[in-house]
Design a protein around this ligand. Sequence first.
Ligand code: 2PG
Ligand code: MN
Ligand code: MN
Length: 505
Amino acid sequence: MVASEYQLEAHPVIPKGKPFLLVVLDGWGENKEDEFNAIYKAECPTIKSLKEGAPRRWRTIKAHGTAVGLPSDADMGNSEVGHNAMGAGKIIQQGASLVDNALEDGSMFTGAGWNFAKESWANGGTLHFIGLLSDGGVHSRTDQLFALMYGASDHGCKRIRVHVLTDGRDVPDGSSIKYVGQLEKECENLRSHGCDAKIASGGGRMYVTMDRYEADWNIVERGWRAHVLGDAPNKFESALDALTKLKEENPKLNDQFYPPFVVVEKDGSPVGTIEDGDVVVNINFRADRVIQISKAFEYENFDAFDRVRWPKVKYLGMMQYDGDLKLPSNYLIAPPLIEGTSGQYLCANGVRTFACSETQKFGHVTFFWNGNRSGKISDELEVYHEIPSDNIQFNEAPHMKAAEIAKAAREALLSGKFDYVRVNFANGDMVGHTGDLEATKRACEAVDQGVKVLIDAVEQMGGIYLITADHGNCDDMAQRKKTGEPLRDETGKVAPLTSHTLAPV
Ligand SMILES: O=C(O)[C@@H](CO)OP(=O)(O)O
Ligand SMILES: [Mn+2]
Ligand SMILES: [Mn+2]
């Protein structure tokens, strides 16, 4: 599109010269009002008064499944799809759907990415897969991994090593044993058909490899050491052993936070380090949490941590994760092309924008918002302001940076320098993912207070506001039976729900 195609007529209702405030409440769904709905149980007078005081202006919209471009209506919403859809104002066929389609019609195994990968094992290289091991469908799916493993074996691959990141965030805590068990079975089956397939290393997604927005490079370094160098304090003869024994040592450990581990032979040598001539496929289709590890594999000049050894491998993403950086340069499936984003229109029309969140969600209101492009659309018109997140488990400080975000955005509103202020409050989502109901209530209260500060400021300036969310999370903190009743363990304790929900927003 040329710039003129982005020219817009003046809006008939929204006053020119008055600021517009857009607030995304991350992970804040509209769900059944019961004791496991943290929003309902918290003191949230601002949000409540908006709902009750202006019912005509309040409505719910779908934020999951096919309504936002996901493969099926059983798929919960997530930040990438939510912010992509809101930022572009349209439904985009998401990575998960594109991978499914390519597997179904076979084009996965005829594309340029696949042929590039194949050269490596044709020359004796090992095929490595790295990624999140669950069927949560937010970042990756095990059925897609298995399809790639069998596809490789059918195309002559003789040696596969899988580096697994345990989930417990998009699926219940404790379920990683099940996924590792399934993967072990598939490996066994492949071995009986002449392809030497094994799990080689792993760790929990929030502690190993899958950092985002450069919140903590140590996370990526731990992964690099385990996957590439075969170096981790914990060495076991199988991944199942690793999970069970680490949990025995520390019963409080959850799937999201397993320490890095390496699978070793009887003599203690790692079963699958990453070596020159190998090929590495990252099975995550979602971008944010694999950009850093992709840089570590791809960039010759890299100083985020000491790689010790930088093997000469072919590295491929399931998708290309960053369209601006062209990262990684090789990938299996072309990502959705997201054009005509709101930012492109607003910049073409001279709208001055202030976008703000804390680190954990900073890329959500910038990178995802702009259709998975890093960097700004216009240096003159836009200010992107990041408040550093703390590197802690967020139920320990459920207020996170809500007050700081509100303060920064308030100043932007009152400064008169911006026409459009866009923020994301992370709390409902990030604390919701811990499964800690009490802390999540505090999280909702911090968000509610932040929203109050911002509404006061925008009203003072005579502007208008829109408050919305990207998907549910804190609106239901209990796993449920089919009947809707909460699931309980033998002692009667309710099983916490750490994942997003299917609720509308
Ligand atoms: O933490 C994440 O990576 C996802 C859950 O997997 O959450 P969100 O989509 O809200 O960022
Ligand atoms: Mn989100
Ligand atoms: Mn989330």
